[in-house]
Design a protein around this ligand. Sequence first.
Ligand SMILES: Cc1cc2nc3c(=O)[nH]c(=O)nc-3n(C[C@H](O)[C@H](O)[C@H](O)COP(=O)(O)OP(=O)(O)OC[C@H]3O[C@@H](n4cnc5c(N)ncnc54)[C@H](O)[C@@H]3O)c2cc1C
Length: 518
Amino acid sequence: MAQLQAEVLVIGGGATGAGVAWDAALRGFDVVLVERGDLAEGTSGRFHGLLHSGGRYVVKDPVAAEECVVENAILRRVIPDCIEDTGGLFVTTPDDDPAYGDRFLAGCRATGLPAEEIDVADALRLEPRLNPQIRRAFTVPDASIDAWKTVWSLTRGAAAHGARILTYHRVIDLHRSNGAVTGARLRNELTGEELDVEAGFVLNASGAWAAQILHMAGIEDVGVVPGKGIMIAMNHRLVNTVVNRCTMPADGDILVPIRTVSVIGTTDIRSADPDEIPVTQAEVDQMLDDGERLVPGFREARALRVWAGVRPLFQDAKIAAVTDTRDVSRTHAVVDHRVRDGVDGLLTMSGGKLTTLRLMAQDLVDAMCAQLGSERPCRTAEERPPGNEEPEHYRLGSRLGRREETLQDEQLICECELIGRNRLEEAMRTRGTINLDDIRRVLRLGMGPCQGGFCIYRATGILHSVDRLDGAQAAGSLRMFLQERWKGVWPILYGDQLRQARLDDWIFQGLLDVEHLP
Ligand SMILES: Cc1cc2nc3c(=O)[nH]c(=O)nc-3n(C[C@H](O)[C@H](O)[C@H](O)COP(=O)(O)OP(=O)(O)OC[C@H]3O[C@@H](n4cnc5c(N)ncnc54)[C@H](O)[C@@H]3O)c2cc1C
């Protein structure tokens, strides 16, 4: 069996694991990061897209709010290309108590969040589609953040400092010796081969799956409470600013503009299994109703896709079980298994938010350094990972600008996301994957209104020639992609998207008969 050796093994390739690998590699540790699927295929690739200003938490969870205030500013500095500086508004809808606005402003002052009340008329000039009945409006430094770009950038940075990043490698067991965790057994999910990693320290950044990993070390009842939330992407930037309801955190109270779409979310329901998070019709209806409160006519817009993610909320086992996961603090905790369970060489990161990924990584690596007795200062608040060399935030027009430079020179493959043939072929070569969903995460292939209807058969043909696949492999990749897209489309089939689904169905079933391709 193959063997690997590392000073630090990081489990989980989401935002936290990527941040931890980047931080530890920058401090000079020899790092191996393992992820059972593709990078950011877990919660980080299924979140709401908001770089929190902290406003959501100023009244209910001031510690979480303060962390957001600080980390929001740092991330804007170190990963500008992953962030679109949309700004944010908190608005009092007719269903909200206007007096909450005063508590909100007081909370902002107490936590250092720069917020300002503006005239309702000015808010409506800024966002003409907003509910004209809103009674108060406040500006905050919310933004949208691209989780895939962020995770790619951090892992590329870690790799440039010697880290080895193993995707599609699942931890199936932890090795133990003399009361310490000393490494892990992995299974390559693509080939079925197993290999061992011998590690000086194991950092568990597996998010909502943390309890499953700990179970392998004989540790039970660690208090990770998975909280499911759904989000729906609507086919337009109905707003250009992040819009939050000015009220205690509740369901469906945030609308985030992300590239060419806007995303409404989210719900928060306790979930027993982080891999079983179905979307229900009732949740979809609730989100659409909530959208109407912020933007009248919301239901008339075209819903593109719905998905669910699962929060790794932390709750100490000693606290009585709760039913409402929204009551669990959004701050994070380093779980020290030496103190808690008498197990050395293992730390778990629990809770937190994507916005605080850098701080979470710093706290986890600091705790490891303290246990190892090795003082190595954190550098992630100053160093920019690759892809962020130009200190400029992402702009909506940047993709079109780049595309226009080569407009006449190459074939356009995905019209919705403006992906040319050269970029697609390059991504296929560098990723070395035959999974079109992996390519989607890098380029946003098939994420626009047609949901792959017009681009994905072209992309399959190109994959076929680039990777020299045989017909059966190429057909398998195509079918797998279509099945994944279908999961996010069927719960919101109405209006224009229903028409689109019928057209896509004609292309793939009627014309290409994909079910019976050789
Ligand atoms: C609905 C929803 C909306 C949210 N919206 C926001 C938001 O707008 N802003 C914000 O800041 N935060 C938001 N969050 C929180 C944020 O998304 C999460 O806190 C963050 O993405 C967690 O990152 P992570 O790396 O800890 O977990 P993950 O991204 O889930 O990464 C853990 C990884 O571990 C891997 N793994 C699991 N088991 C194994 C194994 N056996 N072997 C190897 N790998 C394994 C998984 O595949 C996964 O990729 C939201 C969360 C949810 C659920």
